[in-house]
Ligand binder design. Structure first.
Ligand SMILES: [Zn+2]
Ligand SMILES: [Zn+2]
Length: 213
């Protein structure tokens, strides 16, 4: 099996985790959720001489899309991928909540719309798009079974879950996404969340106080 690298960068005032994903021996890379102040991420890409081939957004809240324009300045043609339910959100400061933060963000894109079950290929591996709404209507998880990893955005955190008090959020929907789409993944699955430390499906299924397994 090819070796993959997944490096996290905690960016901006909301301490959002951006992820840089690339296979060993390849220049192709994905940028996932470039938030406020993505300079460290961009420097790493340059240092490693990678060529990002896509920006994949787990959802369109401001802290996950604020750096999209900065990436586009360096790579003007890089496609931006987001779930179809949030196609209008990156560019809309009210929908991406930035209008209420004092830091209005109008991000470019999207260029390609995702839906549940889509498969995205990077290097030799396929990543499956799981629609995991609740924190926001178009939240997605990127699951790669061979690497045993799930990039979950703000659906599930170590010992916590995403907020459901935003417009478009819904606790019952999030709880269902977590129980039916995430807790059903293998327990060994490494969970890489949009905020905070990594965890595993087994650990959250056994001990998450907000959504019981
Ligand atoms: Zn969010
Ligand atoms: Zn977030």
């Amino acid at each position: 099996m090819s070796t993959f690298n997944i490096e996290s960068f905690t960016l901006g005032p909301f301490e959002t985790n951006a992820y840089l994903v690339w296979p060993d021996g390849s220049r192709d890379a994905w940028i996932i959720d470039p938030g406020f102040g993505p300079a460290p991420l961009l420097e790493e890409i340059k240092k490693r001489e990678l060529t990002p081939t896509a920006i994949v957004l787990t959802h369109a809240h401001l802290d996950h899309v604020a750096g999209v324009a900065d990436v586009r300045k360096v790579w003007p043609k890089i496609p931006i991928l987001i779930h179809e339910a949030e196609k209008d959100w990156p560019s809309d400061p009210e929908r991406n909540l930035s209008a209420f933060s004092g830091m209005p963000v109008s991000a470019p894109g999207p260029d390609r719309l995702l839906k549940d079950g889509d498969v995205l290929r990077l290097g030799e591996l396929d990543w499956r798009v799981l629609h995991t709404p609740g924190h926001s209507p178009g939240s997605i998880t990127l699951h790669q079974p061979q690497l045993d990893v799930a990039i979950v955005g703000d659906a599930l955190f170590a010992g916590s879950i995403g907020r459901t008090d935003f417009p478009g959020s819904d606790f019952d929907t999030l709880a269902r996404s977590i129980r039916e789409r995430l807790y059903t993944l293998p327990g060994s699955t490494r969970v890489l969340p949009g905020h905070g430390e990594p965890t595993t499906i087994a650990r959250e299924r056994a001990g998450n106080p907000f959504v019981r397994g």
